[in-house]
Design a protein around this ligand. Structure first.
Ligand code: C2E
Ligand code: MG
Ligand code: MG
Length: 471
């Protein structure tokens, strides 16, 4: 098509050159370029599925429309959640999914006054300006949209629950730039799915949390590249019956000049949603294996535990890179334990089991971390090639005060032993918790009673000082 258009253009230019003056020719060429530009400009401003004006057009029209409305609000309607839409796409294909979006757009248009512009701002989202709201009440059309979209969207006879999100943000005098308002309305539409009203105002607090997540993710690559922003701390792990230290868990620490101390409980899950989890875990493995190699001179046999994300197991080269890194550090894989949480099997159990089996066959120990904190599916306990089960600290920390947790912890220890696991208690904070756990046959423990996670020099000092269980 494009080639045809070019050929025709060249043909018409040739004809004109044959028959007219140079000025004619230039004039015709300018006209052609202008026409083409206008066509391209128009194409770039229309969504090809619904033929509604798109986000580019929205950004251009924003100032004009928001000034023309009385007490204007920006409303964003997201037709479905991305995951749900992907399921529709997978089950019914692209052309059906596009029909679904067109049906949704048509329903929305039917609820709005004729002629009021609706913008198709992303695959599933539509934005428009609405009048008639106050700072306390959204424009009346919002309630109509929520009610009408409770009915499934019927497409080729198949009813689909749309599960829309509706976000509303007032456009007052201080209204920010168009892009920012659109982002706020989208954040509100996502928030709306957490409640029962079906719509939500833009909420700065929840949005601030999102912005913080964004800043964390934007700054993490810098931290990974710098020499001194990230650090590993080591928390001693104790053999509970004898009371001696047998290894340590490597726990990452990050201090940023602007953000301050950022907890791994905050930034690791965020990194897991992006490709950053690969270099992050790589950084930890590199530093942890170097550390454990150094310890062998003074404390032969001292082991290291490293937390690994399920996302890392999805990397085909992960097992090889683990082997390569331990070899480069001169460490026997038998000194390295890899900790995975219960959720690891959730997404793709077959692949995960296969990868864990490969790691095990190369000599690494495998531990199930935070056992009991997720939605435990007992059936996997019999299948995992793991040797260690770490009871989540939430059970252990409350052992002294919570009778039900005592029953649970004791049962977990018995069950795990019956399945040939060694049991590790996390979060041992008191001597009485230690004694109770040791009395129930718990094999190993970690917790503030013995030591908090420490920078490497302090950990080595702690080792030399020789912590012993008080009897
Ligand atoms: P985790 O792997 O379960 O690590 C144990 C967490 O419990 C650590 O928190 C540790 O400081 C804390 N803890 C240990 N003993 C006690 C105690 O007696 N009382 C209390 N209240 N807490 C105790 P931290 O270092 O903040 O790490 C939180 C989580 O972040 C870790 O939980 C792990 O899931 C993740 N994480 C930390 N470092 C890494 C890492 O290098 N890679 C990955 N993928 N995740 C990491
Ligand atoms: Mg852990
Ligand atoms: Mg844990």
């Amino acid at each position: 098509m494009e080639y045809m258009a070019e050929e025709n253009a060249a043909e018409s230019v040739k004809t004109s050159a044959d028959s007219g003056s140079t000025a004619d020719l230039i004039g015709r060429m300018e006209l052609l370029v202008r026409e083409n530009n206008e066509a391209v400009r128009r194409i770039g401003r229309v969504d090809h599925v619904t033929l509604l004006p798109n986000r580019v057009q929205f950004l251009d029209d924003f100032a004009r429309h928001s000034a023309a409305c009385e007490r204007p609000h920006l409303v964003l309607v997201a037709l479905a959640e991305a995951r749900h839409f992907n399921e529709i796409l997978r089950a019914l294909g692209h052309s059906y999914s596009e029909d679904f979006v067109r049906e949704g757009a048509a329903r929305l248009l039917g609820l709005l006054p004729a002629g009021s512009p609706v913008y198709h701002v992303s695959v599933l989202s539509f934005a428009f300006f609405a009048e008639g709201g106050t700072t306390a009440e959204p424009p009346p059309v919002v309630a109509d949209i929520v009610t009408r979209f409770q009915e499934p969207i019927r497409c080729h006879g198949i009813p689909i629950n749309s599960r829309i999100g509706v976000g509303v943000t007032p456009l007052d005098d201080t209204a920010a730039a168009a892009n920012e308002m659109l982002r706020s309305a989208l954040a509100a539409a996502q928030d709306s799915r957490r409640g029962f009203d079906g719509w939500a105002w833009y909420d700065r607090t929840s949005d601030d949390a999102h912005k913080r997540s964004f800043r964390i993710l934007a700054k993490l690559p810098e931290a990974l590249a710098a020499a001194d922003r990230l650090a590993l701390h080591f928390q001693p792990r104790i053999a509970m019956q004898r009371g001696n230290c047998i290894g340590a868990e490597a726990l990452i620490r990050w201090t940023d000049a602007e953000l301050g101390v950022v907890s791994p409980a905050e930034f690791v899950p965020l990194a897991e949603t992006t490709a950053l989890i690969t270099p992050l875990t790589g950084w930890v493995i590199r530093h942890a294996t170097r550390a454990v190699a150094g310890w062998q001179k003074t404390h032969p046999g001292l082991r290291i535990s490293i937390n690994i994300s399920p996302k890392n197991l999805e990397e085909p080269e992960f097992v090889d890179s683990m082997l390569w890194q331990t070899e480069a550090a001169g460490v026997d894989p038998a000194l390295v334990e890899l900790e995975f949480t219960e959720g690891t099997l959730a997404s793709n159990p077959r692949l995960m089991l296969q990868q864990l089996g490969r790691l095990r066959s190369r000599g690494f120990d495998i531990a199930i971390d935070d056992f009991g904190s997720g939605y435990s599916n007992m059936s996997y306990l019999g299948q995992l090639p793991a040797q260690y089960l770490k009871i989540d600290q939430s059970f252990v920390r409350t052992l002294d005060s919570d009778g039900k947790n005592r029953v649970l912890v004791r049962s977990i220890i018995d069950l795990a032993h019956a399945l040939d696991y060694r049991v590790v208690a996390e979060g041992v904070e008191t001597q009485s918790a230690y004694d109770t756990l040791a009395g129930w046959g718990c094999d190993e423990g970690q917790g503030y009673l013995m030591s908090r996670p420490l920078p490497e020099p302090a950990f080595l000092d702690w080792l030399h000082a020789g912590w012993r269980r008080k009897i």
